[in-house]
Design a protein around this ligand. Structure first.
Ligand code: GCU
Length: 690
């Protein structure tokens, strides 16, 4: 259906013969409500999906069809009597926003499937859930499913720079959002909204958190010209309203990143002090304008006092004072402020800062403020410990920010499946209320909590730069909906919907995804918890893609004596921000998990690990084995030639070729660096490199 870009996991390939009859019986006739934008989307999706899955165009009815063997009914019990007859209406009414129920029932002799919910948004999710089951080849004659999203807010944060069509840390071509042409709409917006809704995403922040565009020099220099802060003007809001009309059909609410100095930038105020009554009034008026144009607007995302963006510190105000003035403006409209905790400056150890800044403010943020915290204390490194703020701010709604775009994990080229990393974060036991306090409970706690993912799509026909990176977008949505899903389930679903049911293909692709993250961690870091080994130069595309550990002595701590950063109680003290017994475990190199060892400890090169291997030898070994795994991934993929379509086969094969070359470059740079500082050769004679 989509000529110029891929269908991703919404391919709706014909069902297998065995299932096809049962699917046709129950889904060739569709009785669905009409009326709301969401129901329009449901009908469109069913028409498209059934045409693919059943290889027959479905008949759509506005009343229960008679004299048919069976049908699919989609609607709320209020609207459709047949549905009220088929499910417990009390149970449906009790479902939270977005929840749905699906049942196989017999109705007046017909074999039916009922998809129901108390809201139309729930019907969208229920419909996509049923279609996912069918695309996975599951039976639908015995369904009894009830689902509700675990996290209330499930948002994609686009780092797209409006008007320039560029995407900060985007590796899939220009932005899909064409702000110059908006309010003219593109079909691609619809297809993007379909992809998001199909995995349960319910919000999109349309523009970069950097609402002024950083220049190439210091963080405080900005490139002039149109930028994200302008979306709050009347002209900008008209464009946002147009996008909202598309997203609304799929239950996705729009948000904007705003600049803290907006009153100055937009209306020439001479201050943006949050305690200034004129500033307060400005935000209140602005919020009214926004909601006049976009009644279901989600709220504002703010990067304040971070990397040169404006903020309340400009006026000696706290982050809470800063966030609350925006929150008061949005409150009458049901909007929310997402305030980022990504701050660092003037500290020897950047890891301590978010906690030191925000933990003392717990309880001071208004109810409609969500503090958005990156998964780790630094910045989306291939491996980091989990942020200490999770489990430290009982009186504040928290959101976990994950990065779907692969800024530090091979960008649009490398295969690096991030779902296992995210599972680790979500399942991490903070011990905030004793054993069994997983981080995921913090985000699923209340209405204002949730999960945000830094967006990954662009104009590229693959959407994500690499066909296999689509799995990260898919997996993000699925985990945001249900963090208890296990990695294998998510992977299997994605592979089947994306590449079909050939067991050899499923096995191979799942295996490749599964082994990809540990390999990346090994060749990009040596696997013992080191961070910031990457290049940070001028040329944007190589930025954070190539290795360059020499740039970052303060981050990895390599000296001739040893390597790692001392964040113990005797060092920067970061470890003390964790609850016991986590703090104690990390504090001692004997008990600290090996994969985080050098994040918490500065250790001699010849420090012996549990199995007697030295630190430097383990770093060498991991760098070499990471490359071996990537070579193996390449070969496993090559075995798929002829089993999947040529276009996707070649695309991924080419990227795995480059990944091998690039992984070797990382390995060689890192081992040479370790050798240069330690002067200890590799036991296996590979280092020094000859
Ligand atoms: C990283 C990233 C920046 C981004 C920043 C942020 O530092 O490299 O491009 O702006 O994170 O999350 O704000």
């Amino acid at each position: 259906s989509l000529e110029s870009y891929d269908d991703c996991w919404l391919r709706y390939e014909p069902a297998d013969g065995e299932r096809r009859e049962s699917y046709r019986t129950r889904c060739e006739n569709v009785y669905a409500s009409v009326g709301s934008p969401e129901l329009g989307a449901v009908r469109d999706e069913l028409r498209r999906a059934m045409t693919g899955l059943l290889e027959r165009e479905p008949h759509l009815w506005q009343h229960p069809p008679r004299s048919v063997e069976g049908f699919l009914a989609v609607g709320t019990p209020d609207e459709m009597e047949m549905i009220a007859d088929s499910v417990s209406t009390d149970r449906v009414a009790a479902l939270g926003d977005g929840g749905f129920r699906i049942r196989s029932v017999e109705w007046e002799g017909a074999e039916c499937v009922v998809v129901t919910a108390s809201t139309d948004r729930g019907l969208v999710y229920g419909t996509f859930h049923l279609l996912r089951r069918m695309a996975n080849g599951h039976p639908i004659d015995d369904l009894d499913v009830t689902e509700e999203p675990a996290n209330h807010e499930r948002v994609i944060d686009h780092w797209d720079d409006p008007f320039r069509r560029s995407v900060e840390r985007g590796y899939a071509g220009p932005s899909i959002f064409d702000w110059e042409r908006l309010p003219d709409l593109r079909e691609r917006y619809v297809d993007y909204a379909r992809l998001l809704a199909s995995v349960g995403i319910n919000g999109v922040v349309l523009n970069n958190v950097n609402t002024k565009i950083p220049g190439r020099g210091s963080a405080n220099e900005f490139v002039s010209g149109k930028a994200g802060w302008q979306l709050l003007t009347q002209d900008g809001l008209e464009k946002v309203a147009a996008l909202a009309s598309v997203f609304r059909r799929y239950g996705v609410r729009p948000y904007l990143s705003v600049n803290y100095a907006a009153p100055m930038l937009i209306d020439d105020y001479d201050t943006a002090d949050p305690l200034d009554p004129d500033v307060e009034e400005w935000w209140a008026r602005k919020a009214e304008e926004v909601y006049d144009a976009i009644p279901d607007f989600g709220g504002f995302l703010v990067k304040a006092d971070s990397e040169g963006q404006n903020g309340p510190y400009d006026y000696d105000r706290t982050h809470a004072e800063g966030a609350n003035v925006l929150a008061r403006a949005l409150e009458p409209h049901g909007g929310r402020v997402w305030w980022r905790a990504f701050v660092y400056a003037d500290h020897d150890d950047r890891a301590v800062q978010a906690y030191e800044t925000f933990e003392p403010l717990d309880g001071e943020f208004l109810d409609n403020v969500t503090l958005q915290v990156k998964n780790g204390p630094i910045d989306f490194q291939p491996r980091e410990p989990v942020s200490t703020l999770f489990g430290a701010m009982d009186g504040t709604d928290l959101a976990c920010e994950l990065q779907i775009t692969q800024e530090y994990t091979g960008q649009g080229v490398h295969t690096c499946y991030l779902v296992p990393q995210w599972k680790e974060v979500l399942d991490f036991d903070t011990h905030a209320s004793g054993e069994g306090s997983p981080a995921k409970d913090v985000f699923s706690g209340s209405e204002g909590a949730g999960i945000a993912g830094v967006g990954v799509v662009g104009e590229d026909p693959t959407w994500t730069g690499n066909y296999l990176s689509q799995a990260n977008l898919y997996g993000f949505g699925r985990l945001a909906w249900d963090p208890d899903l296990d990695t294998e389930t998510v992977t299997d679903e994605w592979v089947r919907q994306t590449f079909g049911g050939d067991p050899a293909v499923i096995d191979t692709v799942s295996g490749i995804l599964h082994d990809s993250l540990p390999a990346t961690v090994d060749y990009e870091t040596g696997g013992l918890g080191l961070i910031h080994m990457m290049y940070n130069g001028e040329a944007r595309l190589e930025n954070h893609y190539d290795p360059s550990p020499a740039e970052w002595p303060g981050y990895h701590g390599a000296t001739e004596d040893g390597i790692g950063i001392d964040r113990t109680s005797g060092g920067s003290g970061y470890v003390g921000q964790y609850h016991e017994p986590v703090a104690e475990t990390y504090d001692d190199p004997e008990t600290c998990p090996e994969e985080l060892l050098l994040f918490f400890h500065h250790l001699p090169w010849e420090y012996e690990l549990a199995d007697g291997t030295t630190v430097v030898q383990r770093l060498y070994d991991n760098c070499f084995s990471g490359v071996e795994v990537v070579r193996d991934l390449r070969e496993r993929w090559q075995a798929l030639a002829g089993r999947i379509d040529d276009r996707r086969y070649r695309h991924v094969a080419e990227r795995l070729e480059e990944q091998v070359v690039q992984a070797e470059r990382w390995r060689d740079t890192l081992v040479a660096f370790f050798y240069e500082h330690s002067e200890i050769p590799d036991e296996h004679g590979r280092v020094p490199l000859t």
